[in-house]
Design a protein around this ligand. Structure first.
Ligand code: FES
Ligand code: FES
Length: 175
């Protein structure tokens, strides 16, 4: 039996296909076959979070999935976060707070933070620590990461607040 089969997936918005080994993990295929190196190979047991991607919209540790099982999937990696104009606002907050050193944990930390803020835009410190608890960072001691996520949440909250005059106008015109 041929161990290589064609896998078609969407990676960071682009339809891609590659020959992958039936036994290859998704993180291995992403790096070796599709050339995206944002997701890192760490523990390969689901413990460190270095391999985190967004798979069909859900945060997933890509070392826990076989690549061939993801035929047709939509996959977003760390590379999808920045834009042509530069880093995302969340990445900027990490930059501003020196929230990474080697960067190995960034996929897990950033996707976990994004996911948290989508569900809870005003998290407290404990909620942030809980949200990133599935990711290991061997460099920062975590405090800078927590600070970065909190700062980003606060900045987004301030922007939301600055649009309030329009909202107030809408409310009073409806009254
Ligand atoms: Fe996937 Fe560690 S490499 S969780
Ligand atoms: Fe090195 Fe987190 S910055 S593992």
């Amino acid at each position: 039996m041929d161990d290589l089969i064609i896998l078609e997936v969407t990676v960071n918005g682009q339809r891609r296909s590659a020959r992958v080994d039936r036994r290859e993990l998704l993180v291995e295929a992403l790096r070796a076959r599709f050339g995206v190196t944002g997701p890192k190979i760490g523990c390969l047991t689901g413990d460190c979070g270095a391999c985190t991607v967004r798979l069909n919209g859900l945060i997933t540790k890509s070392c826990l999935r076989l690549a061939v099982a993801e035929e047709g999937a939509e996959i977003e990696t760390l590379e999808s976060m920045s834009t042509e104009s530069g880093l995302s606002d969340l990445q900027e907050a990490f930059w501003d707070n020196n929230a990474f050193q080697c960067g190995y944990c960034l996929s897990g930390m950033l996707f976990s933070a994004e996911d948290l803020l989508e569900h809870n835009p005003t998290p407290n410190e404990q909620e942030i620590r809980q949200a990133i608890s599935g990711n290991l960072c061997r460099c920062t001691g975590y405090d800078a990461i927590v600070t970065a996520i909190k700062q980003h949440a606060d900045r987004v909250g301030d922007k939301t607040f600055s649009t309030r005059p329009a909202d107030v106008g809408e409310i009073s015109s409806q009254a």
